[in-house]
Ligand binder design. Sequence first.
Ligand SMILES: NC(=O)c1ccc[n+]([C@@H]2O[C@H](COP(=O)([O-])OP(=O)(O)OC[C@H]3O[C@@H](n4cnc5c(N)ncnc54)[C@H](OP(=O)(O)O)[C@@H]3O)[C@@H](O)[C@H]2O)c1
Length: 292
Amino acid sequence: MKTVGIVGINGTVGQTLLKQFQKITVPFETKTFGRSDTIPALDVAVLCTDNADSVRLVAELKDRVKYIIDMSAQYRQDPKVPLVIPEINPHAITKDTHLIASPNCTTTGLVMTLKPLMTHYTLQEAFFCSYQAISGGGKKLLENFHTPGSLYENNCVPLIGSIQENGYTSEELKGIYETRKILELPKIKVYPHTVRVAVENAHSLGVTLRAKEPFDLAQVKQLWNQFPNLKYSEEVVTPKQISGTEITYACRLRKDVEDPTMIHYFITFDNLLKGAAMNARQIVELLLEKYV
Ligand SMILES: NC(=O)c1ccc[n+]([C@@H]2O[C@H](COP(=O)([O-])OP(=O)(O)OC[C@H]3O[C@@H](n4cnc5c(N)ncnc54)[C@H](OP(=O)(O)O)[C@@H]3O)[C@@H](O)[C@H]2O)c1
């Protein structure tokens, strides 16, 4: 029997992934590991751990685990490591792949709406401001949010990750560089602004997109609706409504008042699902069906 392990089972993503595994139809055995467990030989391991733990685990499991999927940011920019969203770039995984990175949750929502447009539009610039849920910061941030007097209570905080030398946050830089890598568009300009808001689960982004060609709104909606796990809604969609669902929703699409090569829209999606555990489950399915 094929074996798939979840490392970091007591965390927010680990727990969500365990539930996602029930959707996999290919037979396999699930193994789960907390911090003090020893990890045996496995076909696939999903590391639902932070950067430093992932580094240690990748080295430790190198010869014992055939395929490692890492949820942390540690390897996402490594040119040897594919950064995969199965709806977008499953071809980045080959039979020689050993380590696969799963992208940042906010970037995932953005690129889910950019990829389908690439068949008809030459994308040049994407501006976004995020409204990121507390669950994106893991179980410690959720505990903090539920503690009276939390900074996040009734608030929005324009700091996610750490401030870098150039003034961007680490979260904002992920938005730039992960978008380019996943879409294989090294020249697309991304202008991110990331904000944590007092929403327990499901991220949202306000996006402005510029292409070389003028946009046709009906065509944009059609391209989005034809893409797997993405829907355009004529009604306003909010994170509270869609938390717990697997679809990435776009709404409020409009053309710029002056520039026909620009559109503006809002997206919302479950960061723990498409932004993390669902994406990992889809990669596991791909590996089980094709490679393991
Ligand atoms: N939350 C999201 O929406 C999201 C989205 C995309 C990516 N990610 C990434 O996914 C990873 C996990 O995030 P999270 O939100 O689930 O964080 P979390 O709630 O803080 O959970 C992390 C878990 O990893 C466990 N852990 C750490 N080292 C371990 C080890 N060596 N062996 C086994 N377990 C270990 C921790 O154990 P203890 O309980 O003992 O501390 C904790 O339970 C992070 O890299 C994060 O950046 C998160």
